[in-house]
Design a protein around this ligand. Sequence first.
Ligand code: TEU
Length: 569
Amino acid sequence: MSTHPWYKSAIIYQIYPRSFQDTTGDGIGDLRGIINRLDYVASLGITAVWLNPVYPSPNDDNGYDVSDYRGIMLEFGTMADFDELLTGLHARGIKLVMDLVVNHSSDEHRWFQESRKSRDNEYRDYYHWWPAEKGTPPARFSYFDPTGGWTYDETTNAYYLHYFGHKQPDLNWQNPKVREEVKDVMRFWLDKGVDGFRMDAFQFVGKDTTYPELPPTTAANAVAVYGLRPEVHGYLREIKREVMDHYDAFTVAEGAGSTIQDAVDLSSPEREELNMVYHFEIADYAAKKERFDLIGLKALFTKWDQGLAGKGWDSIYLGNHDVPRMVSKYGNDSPEHRVASAKCLNTLLLTMRGTTFTYQGDELGMTNVDWPTIEPYRDLQARNQYKTALERGDDMNEHLSFLNKFSRDNARTPVQWSDKSNAGFTTAEPWIGVNPNYRSINVVAQEADPNSVLHHFRQLTALRKAYPVLVHGGYEPILPEDGRIFAYVRTLDEASLFVAMNWSEETVDCVLPELFVGGRPLVDNYGSANGEEDIDSNEVNYSSLNLQTSSFCLSPWQAVVLQSSTPKP
Ligand code: TEU
């Protein structure tokens, strides 16, 4: 009997409902769409779903601007649909993690509508206000508003603070009433039976309400300057004690502060704050470089693993709704290498220590888009960045190729279900364009192909469930200075697995640690899986692997998981 809490071994699948499946013919995904696809979701072998926000919202930031924390967005359906979804997931043994967006609300939330009415309104202190007679407020950065983090509001002649868009005013967490409201919202969903929360942008909830001058801030240093003020730890402990301790549910905060110590403080069990962190260092690392460097990337994985080992708990992810498609960013999305490299990246995700998160479509190897103009972009961040670049007089072709690589919309194109019109996502005009490669990259095609990214993904989830060493075991990097091979040994008691991946387009030789000479491959992305996901009865053709000597050969983007020659006791 494992003494580990369930969320550590959870295999989480992230659903961005707007782009998952439309059933009402309005071009927008909905809860019924997810309900209709539950058998597919379960077939992936995942054990939990993280649902991006489904609450009522004017959708300035696609649901990250919540106008009612206890409702369901009209386009997505009704509370009855939500209840049916939750029941359907639980019936399949799948947990549900909600997105909790409480650093800010929408400016259309009743609290803000009240707050802006007058300076003595009972909701005034739910938000951060700066009276205009004090002059211009001290500069604050906004992720989405190029004019800055304060917006002037005429009604009361004052500015309100927003670290994100101007329709996303930041809540004032120093006000105990705000914290009570949030705890009540959490209880509302927990009482319905949800199994956890992903707490959006939570590291930013603490603010110094004397509003001092702060160092100049950009996206690059916003976390260091604004993130994780000391009081945030207290807020988290309050939530844990007063809410989470009364349910079998977990919390993960988006963001992990700036240092490993921050992450340890947030996620170590003794401190009673969060159950795990979700840091940005790996996602941000590759975002900055034209072609990232594998040695650096491996060093980051090692740093985080070793920093949290035995102390805290990490999330493992390469994709989400805020970053480009993983196969385009870390792999190689050309027709020749897409399949192998997507499988390779999934091998990493499902063999690292931590709780693993897969973003919808990554189980298919969906890719970035390639849009020639700004018109198809929907994300307010992309549109604002474009406007700013235009005003600055930047080379707009260059800027568009930047957006093609890095925009959040890359991840938000609809899930590619089939080669039918609009990829089977909708019968109407989709809210955001479908990636034209849906004709070849889609679920129907991959179900029929035993060598697809999809079938390989299922092999990996089965593997992770069968080998707890992959979740809990120690991690020892092999060949850390090699620029093409990403390899490590995972060890737990007597169990030992060797993961070796070739992150390049060349054939390379890889060392085979002694323990694995004569060992057995459990998964190989070059082997034929025959559509069979049961690891033990899997008849895989591993003829390409010779494991009899102290080195072996890996083909381009080949990724294998090997079991040691000494059998597990
Ligand atoms: O993202 C917030 C967020 O913190 C990121 O912008 C982060 O700061 C950046 O990637 C650091 O490099 C969350 C949601 O995931 C996003 O979709 C929302 O737009 C945003 O919060 C506002 O709610």
